[in-house]
Design a protein around this ligand. Structure first.
Ligand SMILES: *Cc1c(COP(=O)(O)O)cnc(C)c1O
Ligand code: SF4
Length: 398
């Protein structure tokens, strides 16, 4: 009982903090969503049915400062800043994602990720620190590993995340892969028997139509050495209406696995969970690749709660990426010590199923490096010295 009470005190202290993290399921978030959604529907003279239609969402993305000012009162300075930034880096926010913004909170995680910020024009960072251009053997392929590679099928995304690591590819217009791009990429894989996993991504793979996707999946499925097809998509948090029964059946048919990106618990809304359920109920594996971002989620309780929410709704936390030093994203930088502190916090404090691997991307395309908070095992003269999640130590003799 003494130990049990001691553990209670730790849990209660954690809950005091995790309960303050904004959830997509909270009354606060749902009211915000309903209010802005109704404003947008009235302004655009649209229906509930339009709203739930991914094509309508894409066509009506909020992508100019004048559109923003229809729904929010901007000061002249804010107006000018958004205009200046958008000349350098375009922006586009689905009405759905826009409706989750809390305009009373300057560090609203939804706003931070979607809204142009004057700090984007600060110096620092590179366009392509991972040297993706140098990892392209053929077609639209990026290859950095012995038995897996990426095909970039589009540069388009439903929303242009302000922290995006592929900013240089976003450009000023959306472009899907060409017929030759697909042919060259598939031929390269056909001719390389080492490749067992193909990651179809971009941009956002789910901006291709089901028809286009099926053509790619079908050809990959015909290659006997390809065991796994995976897609990279952020539609679950930014355009959940893209996920419907037809898509789930298609992904199931080719046993496609899904990597997505939720960065904050407030993105895990009833709409997002409807999309997750649609996928998971069809037997599709969904894993989360979070990006650690300053003023979005660089807080141990926020990361804990976000991953607990993901586990609750059956998304497996997979990676927590350290932010790359990309031009225009300096204000999202976090120290590696901060990331390590967060990982140390997760140890033992919560379910092992809620623990992503913290990853640093090496420059020059040398690959991902998993970072572990502290060495939990040391070699001593007489045995191994272990450290527990509470920093208690003991020695196991050889
Ligand atoms: C991240 C990445 C992959 C996939 O790596 P996993 O660790 O299996 O998720 C594949 N190819 C490239 C070039 C990558 O950067
Ligand atoms: S979804 Fe991914 S690729 Fe697209 S803008 Fe966001 S971070 Fe970039």
């Amino acid at each position: 009982m003494i130990r049990s009470n001691e553990l209670d005190r730790i849990a209660i202290e954690d809950m005091k903090h995790t309960s303050k993290v904004r959830l997509g399921f909270s009354d606060f978030s749902i009211n915000l969503y309903e209010n802005t959604k109704n404003k947008i529907l009235t302004e655009l003279n649209a229906t509930e049915q339009d709203w739930n239609n991914p094509k309508w969402q894409l066509k009506n993305r909020i992508s100019s400062v004048d559109e923003i000012s229809r729904y929010v009162n901007l000061t002249q300075e804010e107006y000018d800043d958004i205009e200046r930034v958008s000349k350098e880096y375009r922006f586009a926010i689905t009405p759905y994602y826009f409706s989750l913004i809390d305009f009373d909170n300057p560090n609203c995680p939804i706003k931070m990720q979607s809204f142009p910020n004057i700090k984007e024009l600060c110096e620092g960072g590179q366009l392509d620190p991972m040297n993706e251009e140098q990892s392209n053997p053929s077609g639209r392929i990026t290859r950095r590993y012995p038995n897996k590679l990426i095909i970039n099928v589009t540069n388009a995304c439903p929303m242009y995340c302000r922290h995006c690591q592929r900013r240089r590819l976003i450009g000023n217009f959306d472009k899907h892969i060409s017929k030759e791009g697909i042919d060259e990429s598939i031929e390269f894989i056909e001719n390389n028997e080492t490749i067992r996993e193909v990651l179809v991504t971009g941009g956002d793979a789910l901006l291709l139509s089901n028809n286009q996707l099926e053509k790619i999946f079908y050809r990959l499925s015909q290659i006997s050495h390809v065991d796994v097809i995976r897609i990279g998509t952020r539609v679950i948090p930014t355009l959940p209406f893209r996920i419907d029964e037809e898509l789930a059946v298609l992904l199931r048919k080719y046993k496609v696995q899904v990597s997505t990106q939720f960065n904050h618990a407030c993105e895990i809304t009833p709409e997002a969970v409807r999309a997750i359920d649609m996928l998971v109920d069809h037997g599709i594996l969904v894993r989360n690749q979070m990006v650690l971002l300053h003023n979005v989620n660089d807080d141990k309780y926020c990361v804990q709660k976000t991953n607990e929410e993901l586990q609750k709704y059956r998304v497996i936390p997979y990676y927590m990426f350290h932010p790359k030093e990309i031009k225009g994203t300096n204000h999202f930088q976090v120290s590696i010590d901060k990331g390590l502190e967060i990982m140390k916090h997760l140890e033992g404090r919560t379910s092992g199923m809620c623990k992503p691997t913290y990853v640093y991307n090496s420059p020059g395309g040398l690959g991902k490096i998993p970072l572990v908070p502290i060495q939990n095992i040391e070699h001593e003269k007489e045995g191994y010295k272990f450290t527990t999640w509470e920093n208690k130590t003991f020695v196991k003799k050889f």
